[in-house]
Design a protein around this ligand. Structure first.
Ligand code: AGP
Length: 618
């Protein structure tokens, strides 16, 4: 996913821009560039590849100035190349533009602009914006940048976040947000202002931010920002203090963000629990959900919509919430839900699970639900994200910034949020008795420490590094789970395939005899999630079947389960817990296994090929 940044203030703009772009690298990109205003010129530097290439170019051909914009490009229209890298310029370099998103009608606009005599120098849709602003700047806007941009964006269709500079207006930049192309965060400094696609890019400079919303325009100068809608009506955006600090978005002593975020999980889960669980009276409160006990009692159905890892979290949520609240739960891929004309009844709640809060399919599914009158809520990590703003209620993950493309702490904290939601609904609907409440609260209290114990075992034994050495060369894996850990198996498979590029499939263990067992032989290891819960015996029979066909078995199981230790080829130990909390514990070995195998294979763990941290375009 692309990233945009901007700066105006007393510092060297190029240095701020490159530093900010570096903190957006996790989004995935294939080229980078910037433009800086200097003595009446907009000096552009662009390079294919990673930021190091742009930095080298800046050493060879430096720019200086105090106003600039920058961009990391994740190619959509036109291959990764220097000519397709942003910023893109209008004729004679009078205007420069960076964009995150897509101009869906760019072919039509390109034809019109070609007919007007414009010459295109790239294959991108973004270049259309530069020429369109130029056209309006010189025809009918009185050479006013703000007016020209306003007229230009009215012709665009598709989600976009855009920043524009003019050679003749060195004291301001214009930023526009159209639809859900990922966020636009405006940072407030002292006599300086910042713009970025995401919070981590700004944290080293300021923690005071505003979130630009859909169809809003910001005119940013050193003294501050003026926000309007696209008709020019002034708007007031709240100034938010971000609790995260810059270190939280840094790797620290870890080699990869993903590894740091796996080890962040005990603290992240403790943060998720804090201020919500009354450990004395065994109660849960979720004030941000905005769902009264009466409304909770009247609910007839809950539908969960999400993508990827968040979808697997939702699958766990079905087991948890149906058990705790006796409420019917349906889980659907957001990308399917948004197009299947879902039947949404009265007294239905539609819950999105989304780390970024900007996933285009998930936002579209929420829009569908809102249009049909459902109560909408989001379990979300990114503060101020679109999902957090459009829903009737929000349950934050409080995981802190998750930079690695492969989601880890967002998954486990979303699972905890789902337990809290199920607990709260059950509390309101009278479906949790005192003993069950006490047992679950006790389980929650011990969860951060238990996750920490799994991580400490990994660190002290080096178990997962050894497993990676023994199994990292295989080309196919099968992951099996049952009941509340069937989704855990699917999430484990996704972790492996998305960072190591090894094919892996997650399956409900009961499905083995309906097909997958045909795959089993000595070339296909099987990972099983087999805590001693109500389906343990069923899982053991699956383990036997795999072993009988010479398949290696790696078992995520209770550390003191002597039987499975004997049966399986490898033990990935977890502590005993409340069975609804076991996915939080069981997924950690699967995260570590995937991480160590990917590192062993020399993969780009934090920025796996072809993937983006947040999928904001279809
Ligand atoms: C998971 O490791 C992937 N990064 C991906 O599947 C991700 O979970 C999915 O794109 C949904 O993202 P979201 O939670 O930000 O909506």
């Amino acid at each position: 996913m692309c990233g945009i940044v901007g700066y105006i203030g007393p510092r060297d703009a190029a240095g701020v821009i490159v530093d900010s772009l570096r903190r957006l690298e996790y989004r995935g990109y294939d080229s980078a560039g910037l433009a800086v205003w200097d003595a009446g010129s907009l000096n552009v530097r662009r390079e294919e590849g990673k930021l190091a290439g742009l930095e080298k170019l800046l050493v060879d051909s430096p720019v200086s100035g105090h106003l600039g914009i920058g961009h990391t490009r994740w190619a959509t229209h036109g291959p990764p190349s220097q000519r397709n890298a942003h910023p893109h310029s209008s004729p004679d370099g009078e205007l420069v533009v960076v964009q995150n998103g897509i101009v869906e009608n760019f072919q039509e606009l390109r034809r019109e602009l070609l007919a007007d005599g414009y010459i295109f120098n790239s294959d991108t849709d973004t270049e259309v914006i530069a020429h369109l602003v130029h056209k309006h700047y010189h025809n009918g806007s009185g050479r006013d940048l703000v007016t020209a941009v306003r007229h230009a964006v009215e012709e665009l269709t598709g989600p976009s976040a855009i920043a524009v500079l003019s050679r003749t207006e060195p004291e301001r930049m214009v930023v526009v947000r159209l639809g859900n192309a990922g966020g636009v965060v405006i940072g407030q400094g002292d006599d300086e202002m910042f713009v970025a696609s995401d919070i981590p890019a700004l944290l080293q400079y300021t923690r005071r931010v505003r979130f630009l919303e859909n169809r809003q325009m910001a005119v940013i100068s050193r003294g501050g920002v003026e926000v309007t809608d696209l008709a020019g009506l002034p708007l007031e955006l709240p100034l938010v203090e971000i609790a995260w600090d810059a270190d939280a978005a840094e790797k620290g002593q870890f080699r990869h963000f993903m590894h740091k975020e796996i080890y962040d999980q005990p603290q992240a889960i403790a943060q998720t629990l804090s201020q919500r669980v009354d450990f004395v009276n065994n109660r849960v409160e979720l004030p941000g959900l905005n769902l009264s006990p009466e409304a909770a009692r009247n609910l007839r159905k809950l539908t969960i919509v999400a993508c990827g890892t968040s979808y697997y979290s939702g699958l766990v949520g079905r087991y948890v919430i149906e058990r705790l609240a006796r409420l019917s739960v349906e889980v659907d891929y957001a990308s399917e839900y948004r197009y299947r004309h879902p039947v949404i009844g009265p007294d239905e709640m539609v819950l999105a699970i989304t780390q970024s809060g900007e996933t285009v399919d998930t936002l579209a599914a929420l829009e569908e639900a809102r249009e049909q009158g459902a109560f909408t809520a989001a379990i979300v990590n990114a503060m101020g994200s679109q999902a957090a703003r459009v829903c009737d209620g929000v349950i934050y993950m409080h995981a802190g910034p998750e930079i690695g493309v492969a989601s880890t702490k967002a998954f486990t904290t979303s699972l905890v949020d789902l337990v809290l939601l199920g607990f709260y609904l059950g509390q309101c609907r009278g479906t949790i008795d005192a003993a069950a409440a006490a047992e679950l609260v006790q389980g929650l209290a011990g969860l951060p420490g238990q996750v920490g114990a799994v991580l400490e075992d990994a660190h002290l034994t080096g178990r997962y590094t050894e497993l990676a050495q023994r199994y990292g060369h295989f080309h196919n894996f099968l992951y099996l789970g049952r009941g509340v850990n069937y989704p855990t198996a699917r999430e484990g498979a996704l972790k492996l395939k998305e960072i190591s590029y090894i094919h892996a499939e997650g399956y409900p263990a009961g499905e083995m005899k309906h097909g997958p067992i045909a795959l089993i032989d000595s070339t296909m290891p099987t990972v099983v999630v087999v805590p001693q819960d109500s389906v343990y015996e069923k899982m053991i029979s699956q383990v036997e079947q795999v072993k009988a066909r010479s398949g290696a078995v790696l078992a995520v199981a209770h550390a003191d389960d002597a039987f499975i230790s004997e049966k399986a080829d490898e033990l990935l130990p977890i502590p005993r817990s409340h069975d609804l909390l076991s996915p939080v514990l069981a997924v950690v070995p699967l995260q570590l296994l995937a991480y160590e195998i990917a590192v062993g294979r020399g993969a780009d763990v934090d920025q796996p090929r072809n993937l983006a941290k947040s999928v904001t375009v279809e």
